[in-house]
Design a protein around this ligand. Structure first.
Ligand SMILES: [Zn+2]
Ligand SMILES: [Zn+2]
Length: 635
């Protein structure tokens, strides 16, 4: 009997060490006693993922998990130490599984394992990286993970990039799936970045050395309107092809990384319309749909062939479908290692790209469809801000997700969402919110974006976030009602919005409510910063406190100017980086005109002269001012 009891005891001990504690409802309980299992000789990707899990789980449980190389106790197994079957995943995918009561995280490519670790922390530990300084982490004694967990993720895009503020931060990019190398640098253990070797765009002049051959071989230059010009090369000239190919191969020789999932060399037209019209080019284009993209694809295809023949299997040649090359050719197909980057610069952002009623987007959709029939590797260069009035709300929040879905559904493999890349000098709108929405949709175009957005708003703006949500909805609803109904990336303030006095009072109240509920200084700062966009609109449209009936409007403009400066907003738009800080008419001009009045210009002096008289007389010219002056009581 004694022997039987001791066998039973040993048996029980074996079972309890081999099996984790199962919680009610088929979940396993992860706590501070768990270890992280890595192989004997971990790769840099396994080391990185294990280290990330160790650091973050230490923060959750308050005790540091051990990193082990042979299975014992309960553990999270990483990479080749895990039993997660990743054989069916695409490049840079991951799988998170509970097997025999332990957690297994496997990944493919260079980024998969890191993404798997971040996904685990988000999914089960509630870790959210909303901005570079809004990182939410839970503290807990234990965490419940469903016993049937089996999360499989394959990336929707091979290249994801955007240039808003937080996306330039490495931790934010790793947590939210960004990998482009132009605006961030990521650790090698997390796969590094997808890089454009050489220039990012408009590289044709440099690669073809057009300027250098101007005198010696003018036939290498584009023949445009009867004249040879260095603005573009002649793409059917065999010498031009030779020079460009040699330069591309030289770039690869210097910067080739066989570990990278993809490396890109951009062979893209210069930023003008002066394409070659020589007989040879025209003839080729005539035979291929009568479009300029024909000679472009023919040119880059030949470079791509040379790159492939030289053994650069993971390199791709990128070219534009932009302005005069936007339409797809016929009778010629881009090679598999050619990327065609389509630009949405002419589009409307009030309507989704696939909205058949939006006249501006129908043409782009046709081009996208045409390219998707012949090109397996389309990238998109998309736009997400107002470049003329960057402080103004750009009401595109309702099209971001559908547009990214449209890209995915049309063979798009890479997306660059260009935004306010000068945000450090012009952060006055909803940049961080938009960046988060974009990042999440690039990571998964079919994510629950409303839920993600609500989570962001609550974390970033605090308990009064529903007021901000209402403000955003009102802007989307009101957008472009008085112009032709479409939203371009350079819309003016009064074309963008036409709020009436009742709506203005309502939105004022919503801002006030949001501020009154802020939990801390950071949330209050975030609210006041975004509110600058609302004050910018009122100050441009002479509405609300900036109304021409308000004798205080001069002081209100001065106050807004001072607040812009206090928030480090030193630019109002993209154009030429003109700052407005030397505006001599701050008190006398609508906000969107502040760029115009420099002290030494004659128009400025005239305006100053008359407006100073107006300011002095205004208290007697308006009813408000008159009451104030007669009774000394502000109405
Ligand atoms: Zn030509
Ligand atoms: Zn439209």
């Amino acid at each position: 009997m004694k022997k039987f009891l001791s066998v039973l005891l040993v048996l029980c001990m074996c079972v309890s060490s081999a099996l984790p504690v199962f919680a009610r409802g088929g979940a396993i309980i992860l706590d501070g006693t768990w270890s992280i299992l890595v192989p004997q000789e971990p790769t840099q990707y396994e080391t990185f993922a294990a280290e990330k899990l160790r650091t973050e789980l230490s923060a959750v449980f308050g005790t540091e998990p051990a990193v082990i190389t042979s299975a014992q106790g309960s553990y999270i197994a990483v990479g080749s130490a895990s039993q997660a079957d990743v054989s069916e995943l695409s490049v840079n995918g991951y799988r998170i599984q509970v097997i025999d009561g332990n957690i297994h995280i496997g990944g493919t490519g260079v980024r998969g394992l890191s993404d798997g670790a971040y996904r685990f922390l988000e999914e089960f530990c509630g870790r959210k990286v909303y901005t570079y300084r809004n990182i939410e982490t839970a503290k807990a004694n234990s965490i419940s993970v469903p016993a049937d967990t089996d999360i499989v993720y394959n990336p929707f895009f091979e290249y994801t990039d955007t240039d808003w503020l937080s996306p330039c931060d490495a931790e934010y990019s790793l947590a939210n799936g960004l990998n482009g190398g132009t605006y961030r640098s990521l650790p090698a253990g997390a796969g590094g970045t997808v890089n454009y070797l050489g220039g990012f765009c408009h590289t044709m002049g440099t690669l073809c050395e057009t300027e250098a051959h101007k005198e010696s071989d003018p036939e290498q230059l584009a023949l445009h309107k009867g004249e040879r010009t260095t603005d573009q090369p002649c793409l059917t000239n065999p010498d031009v092809l030779k020079i460009a190919t040699a330069n591309v191969l030289r770039l690869l020789e210097a910067k080739y990384d066989p570990q990278a999932s993809v490396q890109i060399v951009s062979v893209t037209q210069n930023d003008n319309y002066h394409y070659c019209e020589c007989d040879r080019c025209k003839e080729y284009e005539k035979a291929h749909g009568g479009v300029q993209s024909a000679t472009m694809i023919n040119f880059v295809n030949q470079i791509a062939d040379a790159v492939k023949a030289a053994g650069y299997d993971n390199a791709a040649i990128d070219t534009f479908a932009y302005q005069y090359t936007r339409q797809a050719p016929t009778g010629i197909v881009p090679r598999d290692n050619v990327i065609v980057r389509l630009c949405t610069i002419e589009c409307c952002f009030r309507h989704t790209l696939d909205d058949s009623k939006c006249s501006r987007n129908v043409a782009l959709m046709k081009d996208l469809n045409d390219w998707s029939k012949i090109c397996k590797r389309i990238y998109v260069w998309d736009y997400t801000t107002n470049y003329s009035n960057t402080c103004l709300v750009f009401p595109d929040f309702n099209v971001i997700q559908r547009n990214i879905q449209v890209f995915y559904e049309n063979n798009v493999k890479g997306v660059y969402e260009e935004g306010n890349y000068y945000i450090r000098s012009c952060n006055a709108e909803f940049g961080e919110l938009r960046a988060y929405m974009i990042s999440r949709c690039l990571q998964n175009p079919y994510c629950d974006l409303e839920n993600e957005t609500d989570g962001f708003l609550a974390s970033y703006y605090g308990p009064g976030w529903e007021n901000i949500k209402k403000i955003l909805d009102m802007h989307i609803e009101n957008a472009c009602k008085t112009n032709d109904g479409h939203l371009s990336i350079g819309e003016g303030p009064t074309a963008s919005f036409s709020f009436n006095n009742k709506q203005i009072a309502e939105i004022n109240d919503l801002w006030k409510n949001a501020k009154s509920e802020a939990n801390d200084d950071l949330q209050l700062e975030n609210i006041c910063r975004s509110e600058l966009s609302w004050r910018f609109w009122k100050g441009s449209a002479n509405k609300g406190e900036f109304s021409l009936l308000n004798p205080e409007r001069f002081n209100e403009r001065q106050k807004l100017f001072d607040d812009f400066k206090a928030f480090d907003v030193i630019m109002l738009n993209e154009g030429g980086y003109n700052d407005y800080l030397d505006c001599a008419c701050v008190r006398y001009a609508p906000v969107n005109e502040w760029n115009m009045y420099e002290e030494d210009e004659s128009g400025t002096q005239a305006r100053l002269f008359f407006c100073k008289i107006l300011e002095a007389l205004t208290p007697f010219l308006t009813l408000n001012g008159l009451l104030y002056n007669l009774f000394g009581v502000k109405p």
